[in-house]
Design a protein around this ligand. Structure first.
Ligand code: SOE
Length: 387
């Protein structure tokens, strides 16, 4: 019997558009997913580029107006891979029309919008998922299992640094990620969002925060063209309206404490997404630049033999790894998107998932917002809870 299918429409043709397209292409080749995604429709602002993109990645149709995509009867899933400024409007339109929604992070620019997205999706009874793709890095999914099994005991510290360097040079031109109206915020929403999600995933809810932020370069050469994290300069200059770096401290509801640092101005750090968790019985350390390994220290090891060991999460027993290559044949960034689509297809089949839904997405926005409030008011701020 032929496998069940769902028709997917992807909105966005840039960095995330490529990563998601690749995931839809690969998922049913490596994983026994049901339903299987059919690459029905790609949507991008520029008709010619989108037509070219459709041909290159194998999308059946292309469109340049997302409203029309959300209105189509033959679409089951809308994948929102646009800059953040469009997440709310597209997700709400798609959910109201009964489509499952898979949205990039951060879910929204403020808690009010995030709540509307959540309520609309719940009312429509559709699957809603946020692409916090680091949850499905095999080493991180393994960390989740180890924590749940009590292997590091009661958690006391979550220590996260997310460092990149692509904005170090003051001559690096503007792009949408530096404009508040398109990105919501800078390093905070782009990078801290991932760690807030991982902190909630691995440790628990955050109750209170206090932060600070800094924009080191207030004006940059105007944008000529940009793609991914690269750009060429156009004429003149433009004001930067987001943070270059945001740091904050957090109190978890379960008594753990945390520190978070995100910057796009750390020369030499490319995608240094690192966190360390210390518990009463051991520690775990992850660094995306070595994403196939999870560092584990166990206090139970005999005296004289204690130390961090690197678990290479590429064995068949590790989450997702068995579907790919033999042990040690490492995975990369793009595989995380495939794993996210495995989870998305599973959720459509009503299977339990470890991915974030819109409630998780909204709770992450609540933490990000609380950090902004604490900065504005110069004191600790309570995080609103989303039901
Ligand atoms: C750019 O900073 C970026 O691509 C983020 O937008 C992603 O979410 C992060 O995973 C890697 O860096």
């Amino acid at each position: 019997m032929a496998a069940k299918t769902v028709n997917v429409a992807l909105i966005g043709t840039k960095f995330m558009g490529k990563a998601h397209s690749n995931a839809y292409l690969k998922v049913a080749k490596f994983f026994d997913v049901e339903p299987q995604p059919v690459m029905k429709m790609i949507c991008g602002r520029h008709a010619d580029e989108t037509a070219e993109f459709a041909k290159r990645f194998g999308w059946e149709n292309h469109e340049s107006d997302w409203h029309k995509v959300c209105d189509r009867k033959d679409i089951d899933v809308v994948d929102v891979s646009t800059p953040g400024g469009l997440h709310h409007d597209i997700s709400v339109a798609a959910a109201k029309n009964g489509k499952h929604v898979f949205c990039e992070k951060p879910l929204a620019f403020n808690l009010k919008d995030a709540r509307t997205m959540l309520e609309t999706a719940r009312k429509a009874g559709v699957v809603h998922m946020v692409n916090f793709n680091y949850r499905v890095v095999p080493a991180i999914a393994l960390a989740k299992q180890m924590i749940a099994a009590g292997e590091i005991g009661e958690i006391r510290h979550f220590r996260a640094t997310y460092l990149q360097d692509w904005l170090t040079d003051a001559k690096f031109p503007m792009n949408w990620r530096l404009r508040k109206e398109a990105a919501g915020s800078g390093a905070h929403g782009d990078l801290n969002a991932h760690h807030v999600d991982l902190a909630r995933f691995l440790v628990g809810e955050i109750g209170e925060v206090v932060g600070m932020k800094k924009t080191f370069i207030a004006e940059r050469p105007a944008e000529g063209r940009s793609a991914g994290l690269t750009a060429t300069a156009g004429e003149g200059t433009e004001k930067v309206t987001v943070d270059d770096a945001t740091l904050f401290l957090a109190k978890f509801q379960n008594g753990a404490i945390g520190s978070f640092e995100a910057t796009r101005m750390a020369p030499g750090r490319k995608n240094y997404n690192r966190f360390e968790i210390n518990g009463s019985r051991g520690s775990l350390v992850f660094n995306f630049e070595e994403m196939n390994t999870l560092q584990y220290y166990s206090c139970a090891d005999p005296a004289g033999r204690q130390g961090f060991k690197a678990i290479m999460a590429t064995e068949g027993v590790h989450p997702y790894a068995g579907a790919w290559w033999p042990p040690g044949h490492v995975l990369g960034y793009e595989h995380t998107f495939v794993h996210a689509v495995v989870e998305l297809m599973g959720a459509i089949q009503k299977k339990p998932t470890i991915m974030a839904d819109f409630r998780d997405g909204a709770q992450c926005v609540a933490v990000l917002d609380a950090v902004e409030h604490s900065i504005d008011e110069g004191k600790w701020a309570k995080v609103e809870m989303v039901e």
